[in-house]
Design a protein around this ligand. Sequence first.
Ligand code: FMN
Length: 253
Amino acid sequence: MSDYDILFEPVRIGPKVAPNRFYQVPHCNGLGYLRPRSHAAMRGTKAEGGWGVVCTEEVEIHPSSDIAPCIEGRIWDEHDVAGHRLMTAAVHAYGALAGIELTHAGLDAANESTHLTPIGPSSRGVLGGTGFEPVQTRAMTRRDLADVRRWHRKAALRARDAGFDIVYCYAAHGLTLPMQFLSRRYNDRTDEYGGSLVNRVRFLRELIEDTLDAVGDDCAVAVRLAVDELLGPAGITHDGEGSGDRRPVGRVA
Ligand SMILES: Cc1cc2nc3c(=O)[nH]c(=O)nc-3n(C[C@H](O)[C@H](O)[C@H](O)COP(=O)(O)O)c2cc1C
């Protein structure tokens, strides 16, 4: 009996059971929607090697979350499901669980291939894209909030139909709308989605509740959440109350 035996024991995650504790968290690799066969083969190789859970990279839920020229996953509509089925089949072939990380990139999406107006909690210069052209987000209206919730729910249902066992709500790395709502740097709203921590976390909470409601009986619902950006008072801190100081990190006292 060794201290490490537990790593090889099955573990329940929501309605699913992973065969062991080796968990490949979401990460990009440049294959994404462009090369679904290579992507499936790469994830399948991980399952063959023994990982109990193998996840996708971040997967865009809608064309208004387009981070071209970078390549990542897409589950914009029904046409994207077949590509994801290749991956879930490759992972399931070795008894592992397959996870998908749904995302809307918000102010990280310059939408340089879809040319849709970028959206964010507040109006800001976009963080992503090639940087050749200045692009500004529109502060999300109530209609936008309802739209993103609807797109996320539909993407979760498509993910379940593609065979995924674990469906993520993604609020980390500064790259996603729910994290941008959490951050005082990017959120200066005065409605019930801005200001206090309870208000700033509202959008993420709604996405989690929507996802549980849509697919929670069939899939585990996971959350990737930044608890501290290590930016000092400028960022999200473990107590959730960063000041939102927008000066460059090096100059924050
Ligand atoms: C090239 C690259 C792409 C990544 N893409 C994602 C991603 O799409 N989604 C995500 O949640 N994390 C992503 N990550 C973060 C990784 O999941 C992971 O947390 C990071 O590499 C640190 O590893 P560790 O958590 O084992 O310390 C990425 C990291 C790298 C290096």
